[in-house]
Design a binder for this molecule. Structure first.
Ligand code: DP6
Length: 401
């Protein structure tokens, strides 16, 4: 990293950035004060988790991962440029003072350093002095167990892509690389949210060679029509902000004696999971997802410092869920993120049993437990119309209906 710019970006992304610079120099590309860009992106829940990353390089995960797109839990982001733009500059040092506004409030909030650095890096060579005003809204409550960094960074790069009119300037494949790579440099899990897809799908983010600097990766959608019958919800056991962020948690992953063992098994798991998803083999998907969630939490709990996200209540809630699932023989499984809240994927027939589960869980924990149901609204969408077409004015309501 130099001058607060990420310099060690993958060569395929460098090539695209250079192409954009050439277009700019040729006068095909202009950014002006007041230009706007819009995007909305889904969150996602990993079934095979990304946990641990190479700390010497920029955001390269230790293992491949696979997620289910949470198309109903979304971030909506608008970016507006404010500043001075030099027409044909090769100037490397830029001064960007970005401003962040969240959830329809007029109060500017401090911009996270890694977000500021990401934006500087994207605009490196494009602009000499620029302020990007970022206005972002989530339609789900913060700290309800849904990853906001995944949807947030994906929507941010999507909005910048709209601002730069990249749909016009880049080929589909180039745009895909541009979006997923910049999203990854913001937050690893955002890569899986930065994919434009109209179908409800699972996203596989596979590393083909991460043993050297020239690592290669692919992100691919996996689908079988029967997964359309599968729904997702999250039971919120704890709404408090987590004490250890995932970014900090990743740092201690490699100190766990189980980390390398888990990482070594991921390639096989991804292959088995891909096959099971394509064949709608629910039992295998369930088995791998639940095993990998426990494996990740075992790594978290045995690292130094340890990150214990799975607490006693979560353990009780999982045990009750497994008991009711097995007695009633429903197609449903649980998974966890870096937090105590339980995500359930279930075949739609299982909804009644889940309502019973909700009632029993509240009895067991002796308090009200919120549950948010996800209704698919698409993958990453770029553009003002797309943004307004699905902007939910209201926050999601706690309900299983
Ligand atoms: C447990 O993507 O939040 O959700 O790359 O540091 O931003 P950074 O971490 P992040 O890590 C996600 C961890 C996880 C599992 C997953 O989503 O794969």
């Amino acid at each position: 990293m130099k001058n607060n710019i990420i310099t060690d970006i993958p060569s395929k992304l460098t090539l695209i950035q250079e192409k954009l610079c050439q277009l700019k120099i040729a006068g095909k590309f202009e950014i002006q004060n007041g230009d706007e860009g819009y995007s909305t992106a889904p969150s996602n829940i990993a079934l095979i988790k990304y946990w641990g990353k190479n700390l010497n390089r920029k955001q390269i995960p230790d293992n491949s991962s696979l997620s289910y797109t949470l198309g109903g839990f979304r971030s909506f982001t608008k970016v507006t440029t404010q500043g001075r733009f030099l027409p044909e500059t090769n100037e490397k040092t830029i001064s960007i003072k970005n401003k962040l506004f969240l959830n329809n409030k007029d109060i500017e909030v401090p911009i996270p350093e890694k977000m500021d650095i990401l934006i500087r890096s994207i605009f490196n060579n494009f602009a000499d002095e620029i302020t990007l005003k970022i206005e972002s809204i989530n339609n789900f409550p913060t700290a309800c167990g849904i990853a906001s960094s995944a949807s947030g960074y994906a929507a941010l790069v999507g909005a910048i892509a709209d601002l730069l009119q990249l749909k016009k300037h880049l080929r589909t494949e180039e745009l895909h690389i541009w979006l997923t790579e910049w999203a990854r440099l913001g937050s690893g899990s955002a890569t899986r949210s930065a994919i434009q897809s109209s179908e409800e799908s699972f996203i596989k983010w596979e590393l083909e060679n991460n043993s050297n600097e020239n690592f290669t990766e692919t992100s691919e959608m996996i689908f079988h029509p029967k997964w359309k019958q599968v729904e997702h919800c999250v039971f919120v056991l704890n709404e408090n902000e987590k004490k250890i962020s995932s970014s900090d948690g990743h740092k201690s992953a490699s100190t766990s004696p189980f980390h390398n063992i888990r990482v070594a098994g991921v390639t096989k798991k991804i292959a088995r999971m891909t096959k099971a998803l394509k064949e709608f083999d629910f039992e295998t998907v369930q088995q791998i997802s639940e095993e990998d969630a426990f494996a990740m939490h075992a790594v978290m709990q045995t690292g130094n410092p340890k990150a214990c996200y799975l607490d006693e209540e979560t353990s009780k809630a999982i045990a009750l869920f497994i008991q009711m699932r097995d007695i009633n023989e429903i197609l449903a499984f649980w998974t966890l993120d870096a937090g105590p809240n339980i995500h359930i994927l279930f075949y739609k027939d299982a909804k009644e049993i889940l309502r019973d589960y909700h009632a029993k869980l509240q009895e067991l924990l002796n308090r009200e437990i919120k549950v948010f149901k996800n209704v698919y609204r698409g993958g990453l969408l770029i553009g003002k119309n797309e943004y307004y077409n699905i902007l939910d004015k209201e926050l999601l309501k706690s309900s299983l209906n």
